[in-house]
Write a protein that binds this ligand. Structure first.
Ligand code: PRT
Ligand code: MG
Length: 229
């Protein structure tokens, strides 16, 4: 039996996994199996990485901050959108500069272009999975947001008259356009962040710092390659 400490890293399955893997590869931190196809939720990584045995958790993007906050994972990769919404007690030592998008308030093209804010009696119906961000945004304008919590495809809600606006992330803008919506306001720029459990930062300082350093180099390398393209 190996008595090496285990370093657990939570990865978001879904759209940012594909951009995460080249960074892990550069850092020699690769999962032993293809995490894009395996049905396993826990996958082994290198047996000896900075004195630790590494393992990966492959979980829903919105759950990564929970695993890291609770200490079930030492490190994780999460979109800034989710960190701003859930405000987990974690450190955020590195911007990985992947999964770039922006968190926006969007509405029906005709209403936005006509300057109609769609506020009725100081209230507005907002479809989103970012409940707190949406409520805060409208509260600051003296408007009460009746939040309709959805898990995806927010763009449909105004189309069927269920909501006046949506608060969601936008990347190319193609989904908005295809559904007759436009951006009304940009709230935050988003990219994926490396996050760390505060206790792991102390108890596994050497390994956690090594991951930060190696991934920082991987990000720098990726930016350099992109510039030269
Ligand atoms: O999809 P699932 O329900 O499993 O989980 P999830 O939506 O939480 O995860 P996933 O993998 O879809 O997104 C994970 C993270 O990727 C998000 O938290 C963001 O930080 C980041 N990201 C980057 C995006 C996008 N770009 C993006 N374009 N997340 C979602 N989208 C969606 C958006 O919701 C909208 O429906 O893509 C659509 C808009 O794309 P465009 O290109 O048409 O503008
Ligand atoms: Mg999604």
């Amino acid at each position: 039996m190996s008595d090496k400490p285990i370093l657990t890293i939570a990865l978001s399955k879904g759209r940012i996994l594909e951009q995460t893997l080249p960074l892990l590869e550069f850092a020699n931190l690769m999962p032993k199996e293809n995490v894009q196809t395996t049905r396993k939720l826990m996958v082994d990584g290198p047996e000896d990485w900075a004195g630790s045995k590494v393992r990966f958790l492959i979980i829903r993007a919105a759950d990564v901050c929970t695993y890291v906050e609770k200490g079930a994972a030492d490190l994780g990769i999460s979109g800034r959108d989710l960190l701003l919404e859930y405000k987990p007690h974690v450190y955020e030592p590195l911007d990985l500069k992947i999964g770039k998008c922006r968190l926006c308030v969007c509405g029906p093209k005709d209403a936005v272009e006509a300057g109609d804010a769609l506020i009725t009696g100081g209230r507005i119906r907002v479809a989103t999975k970012y409940d707190t961000i949406a409520e805060d945004y409208y509260r600051k304008q003296g408007v009460h947001a009746d939040v309709i919590h959805l898990y995806g495809s927010m763009e449909l809600a105004p189309l069927v008259g269920m909501a006046d606006k949506i608060v969601d992330v936008v990347e190319t803008g193609n989904t908005l356009k295809a559904n007759g919506l436009v951006e009304e306001a940009t709230l935050f720029d988003v990219s994926s962040r490396l996050i760390a459990n505060p206790a792991s930062f102390v108890t596994k300082k050497k390994q956690v710092q090594a991951v930060i350093d190696q991934l920082r180099e991987a990000v720098k390398n990726r930016e350099k390659v992109k510039e030269s393209e």
